[in-house]
Design a protein around this ligand. Structure first.
Ligand code: HEM
Length: 128
């Protein structure tokens, strides 16, 4: 298990550094997106890099979910013993249900945020 944790943590670190490199390159090397028409970085446009950046973020999120899943027993133990200060620990089955429920709640919070954003999107006015 330690070896799986090690390689997963290593992969997380690499993907996190990749996200940092992508963000810094787009932030400091290319002009702002509205002015970057015609510019390329390694032959790819800003729009293509933005898609790659989103893909990397999804990969990272997937890795973090897996990482926390492997430490879920630790999370449940800390919450029950240190935060709630109860003696009773949830069994494996209950921990899994709490874990899946937590993931569903978190995904819905993100979904609700995206729905909220929908109400505040404004298309650019037509050119004069
Ligand atoms: C760049 C991303 C990350 C890296 C490289 C990383 C790396 C590590 C390492 C090396 C450990 C200890 C070894 C192990 O048991 O696996 C660990 C433990 C842990 N990580 Fe992460 N981690 C990252 C992100 C996260 C995130 C985003 C969360 C929570 C949302 C998280 C939650 C935890 C938990 C709960 C533990 C167990 C703590 C313990 O046993 O004391 N990690 N992480």
């Amino acid at each position: 298990m330690s070896v799986i944790n090690f390689w997963l943590d290593f992969a997380l670190l690499v993907v996190f550094m990749l996200m940092g490199w992508e963000a810094a390159s787009l932030q400091f090397l290319l002009p702002p997106p509205t002015l970057s028409a015609g510019w390329t970085l390694f032959g790819l446009t800003y729009d293509q890099w933005r898609d790659i950046q989103f893909g990397t973020l999804c990969l990272f999120a997937f890795g973090v979910v897996f990482h926390v899943m492997l430490h879920w027993n630790w999370v449940c133990s800390v919450v029950t013993a240190q935060i709630l200060r109860t003696k009773e620990r949830p069994d494996e089955g209950k921990q899994t249900i709490i874990g899946v429920a937590t993931l569903i709640v978190l995904l819905h919070v993100i979904g609700a945020g995206v729905i909220l954003s929908l109400f505040f999107v404004h298309a650019a006015p037509p050119p004069p």
